[in-house]
Design a protein around this ligand. Structure first.
Ligand code: SF4
Ligand code: SF4
Length: 449
């Protein structure tokens, strides 16, 4: 067995009600129950291992929704992850060949893809982004051929840009920011928004230059050794800084930082160091709400008087890595509700996955788009002006979904912190006319229409 836990499955079927893959395909082998039954047969030698094994392991978003409802606490995503690690090791030793990993590493690139990829593709191809970045796993060349929206690259990544800013020491808490590849290269406005808000609330911000990718993309593709190496570099970057908290702005990075100790079950010293990082880590929105009193600050602001002013209708999408990975659902909503001039809308199926799921959107692009379409349909039904979400993977995916649904002109997609900073700015500069550029970072390529 890949992990003995799978024997605990009682085949009750409870997980069928929440699995985003099953709810799209209605295939028994896509739900936790079916996957675990097939894995048992594979392990018992009743089925050919390679192709079937790979298929079972790859058709999972590792969202964790099944474990949340499972009375027997079967950790299906962990079992799938352990299987991917095994597959990765077999592949490395030449005993197996994984299409799942191949698609991540290779991919074919058409001329259309080259045009669409633009700056991001150039940055990847020219190694302007370090090799350790998870963006190589998130954006293999094949990525550019199928998507309509490809994010522009920040030629001056956030960590480099931050160096030139004066980081003022205050009497407030001393905060370390784990930036993550998404916010560093693709959505630097998210990290900049946090910088602005922390300054207003009187915190000291430290952004270690030697931090690297959190390691999640390597981990979900089964490459645990690379994930461990990256984790050690991040531990080294943060451990001596005497911080009150370490914040992340991307739910995926954050959930991985929380789980860092589990990477080192056989290395007690690294596990202890990882635990101290994990204990200090908090999602930025949660820290702002629970420890910096941002609601009180926001409620003290008055919306700008303007003839153009109307209430902004905002729908919040719960990232799985925040809702399930970190147990955070309340603080982003509290932050949004406290924003002057913003109406928070709740959608049907609020915890539904967007279908991004690490490398799932690479290896099963069409299925990922079907899952996305269901989520965007729910979001669109509440007629939002803006969709907000606290994960850079969800930001990419939902921007794609809004584009595919023909909603790009009507709905913007951004991080709640970007919206918050924009609202604060507009309250503090009431006479300025609203000529700000669109919040959304993604560049609409218009391809595939
Ligand atoms: S809910 Fe748990 S025990 Fe029930 S079928 Fe799913 S994985 Fe098995
Ligand atoms: S982790 Fe998510 S996608 Fe995978 S089987 Fe469980 S509910 Fe389905």
């Amino acid at each position: 067995m890949v992990e003995t836990d799978s024997n605990k499955c009682k085949r009750c079927g409870q997980c069928m009600s929440v699995c985003p893959v099953y709810l799209t395909t209605f295939r028994e082998d896509d739900v936790a129950r079916g996957k675990l039954a097939l894995l048992e047969r594979v392990e018992a030698g009743a089925m050919n291992r390679s192709k079937r094994f790979e298929e079972i392991l790859s058709r999972c978003l590792l969202c964790g929704a099944c474990a949340q409802v499972c009375a027997n606490q079967v950790q299906t995503s962990r079992i799938m992850q352990a299987g991917r690690q095994r597959l990765f090791e077999l592949e490395k030793s030449g005993q197996a060949e994984s299409a799942l990993l191949r698609v991540v590493r290779e991919g074919r690139l058409s001329a259309k893809g080259l045009l669409k990829g633009g700056a991001l593709l150039q940055a990847l191809a020219c190694r302007k982004i370090p090799e350790s970045s998870g963006l190589y796993l998130r954006f293999p060349l094949s990525y550019f051929t199928e998507r309509r929206t490809v994010p522009p690259i920040a030629w001056n990544p956030f960590i480099h840009a931050f160096k030139s800013e004066s980081s003022v020491e205050t009497d407030g808490p001393r905060i370390g920011l784990f930036v993550g590849c998404g916010a560093n290269y693709l959505f630097p406005d998210v990290a900049r928004a946090l910088v602005g808000i922390l300054k207003r609330l009187g915190a000291t911000l430290v952004v270690p230059e030697n931090q690297v990718c959190c390691g999640l993309p390597a981990y979900v593709s089964g490459d645990t050794k690379t994930a461990q190496k990256l984790a050690k570099k991040n531990i080294e970057a943060f451990e001596s800084l005497e911080l009150d908290a370490i914040l992340s702005v991307c739910a995926s990075c954050g959930s991985h930082l929380k789980a860092l100790p589990s990477l080192f079950s056989d290395e007690p010293a690294s596990r202890d160091a990882a635990s101290s990082i994990a204990k200090k880590h908090m999602d930025a929105m949660t820290f702002l709400v629970n420890h910096l009193g941002i609601e009180k600050y926001l409620k003290s602001l008055r919306p700008a008087k303007s003839e153009e002013r109307t209430t902004l209708r905002v729908a919040y999408h719960d990232p799985c890595h925040l809702r399930i990975g970190q147990g955070v659902t309340d603080s982003p909503r509290r932050l949004l509700k406290a924003l002057p001039g913003v109406e928070l809308l709740e959608t049907a199926h609020p915890g539904q996955c967007c279908g991004h799921g690490g490398d799932f959107n690479l290896s099963h692009f069409s299925l990922s788009m079907e899952i996305l379409n269901r989520r965007v349909t729910d979001l669109d039904k509440v007629q939002p002006d803006t969709i907000v979400t606290g994960c850079t993977g969800c930001l990419l995916q939902l921007t794609e979904g809004v584009s595919r649904g023909g909603l790009s002109g009507r709905i913007e997609v951004c991080h709640p912190l970007v919206l918050a900073e924009k609202v604060i700015e507009s309250c503090l500069t009431p006479t300025r006319r609203r000529q700000d550029p669109p919040i959304s970072q993604a560049q609409h390529t218009g391809a595939g229409q």
